[in-house]
Design a protein around this ligand. Sequence first.
Ligand SMILES: Nc1nc2c(ncn2[C@@H]2O[C@H](COP(=O)(O)OP(=O)(O)OP(=O)(O)O)[C@@H](O)[C@H]2O)c(=O)[nH]1
Ligand SMILES: [Mg+2]
Length: 383
Amino acid sequence: MMIKRFLGKSVTEAMNMVKNELGENAVILHTKRIKSNNIFKFWEKEQVEILAAHEGKQQERPKQKSDHHKAVKQDFKSRIFEADDQVGVTKKDYNSIENEVSNIKDMVAEIKKTLSGSPAIGESGQIAAKTLKDEITASLRKKGFSQELIDKFIKSVSEKNEITVDNFKQLFREYLQSELSSEYEAFEFKNKINVFIGPTGVGKTTTLAKLASNCVLNESKKVGFLTLDTYRIAAVEQLKIYSEILNMPLEVAYNTSSIKESLENLSDSDIILVDTAGRSHRNKMHMKEIRRFLDSIPEKDIFLVISANYNIEDISDIVDEYNFIDDFNIIITKLDETSKQAVVMNVLHKYKRKISHITFGQNVPDDISGLVVSDFIEKVLKE
Ligand SMILES: Nc1nc2c(ncn2[C@@H]2O[C@H](COP(=O)(O)OP(=O)(O)OP(=O)(O)O)[C@@H](O)[C@H]2O)c(=O)[nH]1
Ligand SMILES: [Mg+2]
């Protein structure tokens, strides 16, 4: 018979030592808790001493789990409980030790994941808040959403909900649907006179031709053109071609004082579409001139035409320069030329002004439509 003394920090540890050295069939002779003598280990208040015996050679551990293994394990556990009874450790204590060990294992696994650089996703699917915020920001920026819109979304939503990897897309969808007015009214001209303004080359004349064609072809309206763009020789020619194809009258006003007369010449039209020269919003002289001719046109609706190719900072500069006008619609052109369709949401989110139309190609009259915000949100989120 072989008798040996084992010292462990806990019953589990001491029993593991017994098991490793003497095997599963060792006999526990005596178990007790003892105080540590080492003054440097004063926090280790107690140790567990087990005196165990085994007949014959040290037992070889079974290599694979089997029924035999389970039976031995069961036997082993019941021996521990017997031993524990002697030192005053109950079955409940043993379970709580087991739980604690398993909690520590989980914590270590989570720390390992964090240190290895991958996001620490816990059992609930939650992700470390900062990492998640960065990931959301990166994926929405890629789609073209502005930083301002993303920040407002994260701030407003995280006050009410816990954002997780799984729910963030749905929360973002709900945020856009509630923040961006999604009431759709089919577009119709409310005023007889409609003026199109905006930077150079954004598609003002082309958009005006698309709208005129739709009025003539679909609504059988009488449309007249007035152009104030006499800066480029080709500008009047461009509108003349459309007016001839559509059989519509065209007036050219060379200065502000002739605008009144030109409008009178078009008085029997149902709708008058006024084209203007592209003007830089950064040029004070140009902006003054726009104010002057807008003042000289009576009751009218104004459409600010902006290209989707601009970034939100440029768009902000443009819209801010035109903020002297109380009310204007925005038309966003050239959506076919950008992968960042979210520009439409950025504008709606920032300005709360109506986007009356979007255009997506050079074809007159097909490549234009009204904006159904809710449908557009779905389209952008799917891409
Ligand atoms: N891809 C694309 N091109 C467009 C769109 N709308 C207009 N264009 C093109 O953009 C170019 C400029 O269009 P215009 O209508 O002359 O632009 P504008 O704003 O009147 O230009 P200015 O009068 O010089 O200020 C033309 O080649 C158009 O065919 C669009 O929605 N998509
Ligand atoms: Mg033009």
